[in-house]
Design a protein around this ligand. Structure first.
Ligand code: NAD
Length: 295
């Protein structure tokens, strides 16, 4: 069997087009654009590229983008003061502080300072608690994007065996909660799991969020399973070049799986699209408007 390729790039493009329509409707009703503030501290090259891409995508969707680039030696108190200003700014619906932060700044303190109703990254403990308790709130963008891809593929997720490999607060844990909310039987595997092969082998759904290139091999996958590869790993390739691979050995796994996301072009494009979606939901909440169905 050769797996169907789950085209996250195309799915994200369709979602972004829909979000642009909804944003236009919001502008007509609220008399202002939904606004996303992105804060970058320091000059990390990858983070700078992400922040630039987020700003461009925000504007392309007809939303207002406010980018704050602060020097690497910014004091925690100054970043907290900026967050307080953004919390109070009615033009800002969503606040995202790009991680990782420099060592002098406590990321947890900064995340906790963001107004939970503007926490479009879904990292605030209040939103993590809401997700764990099955209450409405903001859900981290990458796992929510993975769930959208899974729901597009599976009409019913209830009762399926799912394994999430990785237990980070950003991907693994919220992904597991989302799958539990869909009534999957969820296993969370991590660096101390004794039988990773066994956990993956019995899963109908595999979500890999590890950061180890091609850790999960093709013969670990249950035939017909759906594989969502969150990993983004740069490895050496021929002629001194590099290339991106996921946490799953794609060429092997696609011979066994029923469907699989490629890297790049799978989960990656979903993250920014869901960030825009969360910002649009926040904007509707802040204006007391009902967001259209299906957002
Ligand atoms: P993280 O380093 O915070 O967490 C990695 C997790 O993997 C940990 O919970 C750890 O226990 C587990 N792990 C490590 N080695 C393992 C092993 N050998 N076997 C089983 N589990 C193991 O990483 P993260 O932030 O969750 O990101 C994971 C991957 O996803 C990275 O490659 C990252 O670049 C990628 N990522 C992609 C997107 C996207 O938009 N596509 C977003 C976030 C993260």
């Amino acid at each position: 069997m050769t797996a169907a390729i789950i085209d996250g790039k195309a799915f994200a493009a369709t979602l972004r087009a829909r979000l642009a329509e909804v944003a236009a409707g919001f502008v007509a009703r609220a008399g202002r654009k939904p606004g996303l503030a992105v804060v970058l501290v320091g000059e990390d090259a990858a983070s700078s590229v992400y922040v630039g891409a987020k700003g461009k995508a925000t504007e392309a969707a007809g939303m207002a983008s406010f980018t704050h680039r602060l020097p690497a030696d910014t004091a925690e108190a100054d970043l907290l003061a900026l967050v307080a200003t953004l919390n109070a700014d009615p033009a800002v619906d969503g606040i995202l502080v790009q991680l990782p932060l420099p060592p002098q700044i406590d990321s947890n303190a900064v995340i906790a300072a963001i107004d939970p109703d503007k926490d479009v990254d879904g990292f605030h403990p209040i939103n993590a608690g809401r997700l764990a308790s099955g209450l409405p709130g903001f859900v981290p963008c990458t796992p929510l994007g993975c769930l959208m891809l899974l729901k597009d593929r599976h009409e019913h997720l209830a009762g399926l065996e799912a394994v999430v490999v990785g237990r980070s607060n950003i991907v693994g844990k919220p992904m597991a909660h989302l799958l539990l909310r869909e009534s999957c039987t969820v296993t969370i595997a991590h660096s101390r799991t004794r039988d990773l092969f066994g956990a993956v082998r019995r899963a109908d759904i595999v979500v890999a969020a590890v950061g180890v290139p091609e850790l999960i091999r093709g013969d670990w996958i249950k035939p017909g399973a759906t594989v969502i590869d969150v990993g983004i790993n740069r490895i050496d390739a021929d002629e001194g070049k590099t290339r991106l691979v996921g946490d799953v050995a794609f060429a092997e796994a696609r011979e066994v799986a029923g469907a699989i996301t490629p890297v790049p072009g799978g989960v990656g494009p979903m993250t920014i699209a869901v960030l825009l979606r969360n910002t649009l939901v926040a904007a509707h909440l802040h204006e007391g408007l009902v967001a259209p169905d299906g957002l």
